[in-house]
Design a protein around this ligand. Structure first.
Ligand code: DAT
Ligand code: MG
Length: 151
């Protein structure tokens, strides 16, 4: 697989619970490369844009209220297969069904407070990166460990 980028966000519950470094660390140790990061309190309207695919769902309003309720860590991570494997690191949507060893499995209990977002495919990754970041907020660089990660 070619180099890919995905959008990952630590939601307000993850930030308030002091899990920023724990979550960043799991992506970093795996070998993925951080190419953008910022802390932001999204507006309700922005949250609705981010979750537009879910606007017909009964939990949509509460979900958007929650995402806009406090600081979020917005990130872009890069690496081979990062979109799909990022979802694996995150675990199932409902933490009751997430495997131990995953972020939600280890660190969250209920679906409405599942601490992290990750793009679910190449198209949403592109759209979400463009929604959350301006092009000049993304940094391209060579990590010193790349030759050891990829051979
Ligand atoms: P994911 O975040 O795993 O991509 P999703 O895109 O289906 O899951 O839903 C987005 C978020 O909406 C999810 O992280 C938590 C919330 N959510 C999903 N299903 C829910 C439900 N049945 N009840 C309450 N919140 C839900
Ligand atoms: Mg989703």
């Amino acid at each position: 697989a070619a180099m890919e980028r995905t959008f990952i966000a630590i939601k307000p519950d993850g930030v308030q619970r002091g899990l920023i470094s724990e979550i960043v660390s799991r992506f970093e140790r795996k070998g993925f490369k951080l190419v953008a990061i910022k802390i932001v309190v999204p507006s309700k309207g922005f949250a609705e844009k981010h979750y537009h695919d879910l606007k017909e769902r009964p939990f949509f309003n509460g979900l958007c209220d929650f995402l806009s309720s406090g600081p979020v860590i917005a990130m872009v991570w890069e690496g081979e297969g990062v979109i799909k494997y990022g979802r694996k690191l995150i675990g199932a949507t409902d933490p009751q069904k997430s495997e131990p060893g995953t972020i939600r499995g280890d660190l969250a209990v209920v679906v409405g407070r599942n601490i992290i977002h990750g793009s679910d495919g190449p198209e949403t990754a592109k759209d979400e990166i463009n929604l959350w970041f301006k092009p000049d907020e993304l940094v391209s660089y060579t990590s010193n460990s790349e030759k050891w990660l990829y051979g």
